[in-house]
Design a protein around this ligand. Structure first.
Ligand code: SF4
Ligand code: SF4
Length: 164
């Protein structure tokens, strides 16, 4: 159960996942934020009004995926590291998953890394496409991972294969 394990199940994810039609159109945000906590910077950061107004600050974010262009600003503002940008149009065999990352050392672009699921289990390999890290991001880097299409909805973290 999510409250005990912290790991969402398919039924939890079903409520926050963009539709197949929207995923086929390009980058889109997915907010995997499942607890009612007093937090709303995602809502305030979105310039496209894709995140619905919170009636109460403890509400969970509701994204209108049709208004979202996958810009990733909400990802960079989320203190819970709960937002991911998914781009299923990246290439024929791979999707792009943009994720927050707060470990050091940072990976390097073109690194091959171990792809990890929400439970922390290795599920395959992924390639680092880009690493965004600057003062504005305040210690939370954003890593763009190319993952095999079949792992798009599984990979939410990664491990370096070696520390240089
Ligand atoms: S990715 Fe951009 S447009 Fe989409 S919800 Fe986040 S801030 Fe709004
Ligand atoms: S900023 Fe992140 S943790 Fe806070 S409500 Fe939004 S998605 Fe959840």
């Amino acid at each position: 159960m999510l409250a005990q394990t912290g790991v969402p199940k398919l039924e939890d994810l079903a409520g926050v996942m963009p539709s197949e039609e929207r995923l086929a159109q390009g980058p889109v945000a997915m907010a995997e934020c499942f607890q009612n906590i007093p937090c709303d910077p995602c809502y305030h950061s979105c310039r496209r009004q894709a995140i619905q107004p919170f009636a109460d600050i403890n509400d969970r974010p509701q994204i209108n995926h049709d208004n979202c262009n996958g810009c990733g600003i909400c990802l960079s503002r989320c203190p819970g590291m709960a937002i991911f940008i998914i781009d299923q149009t990246y290439s024929e065999n791979e999707s792009l998953v943009k994720m927050p990352y707060e470990y050091l050392p940072l990976p390097l672009e073109k690194d091959s890394v171990v792809a990890v699921n929400r439970a922390g289990e290795a599920v395959g390999e992924a390639k680092v496409v880009k690493v965004q890290s600057n003062e504005k991001l305040e210690g939370t880097s954003i890593v763009w991972l190319a993952v095999p299409n079949e792992l798009t909805m599984e990979v939410r973290h990664f491990k370096l294969k070696e520390v240089r």
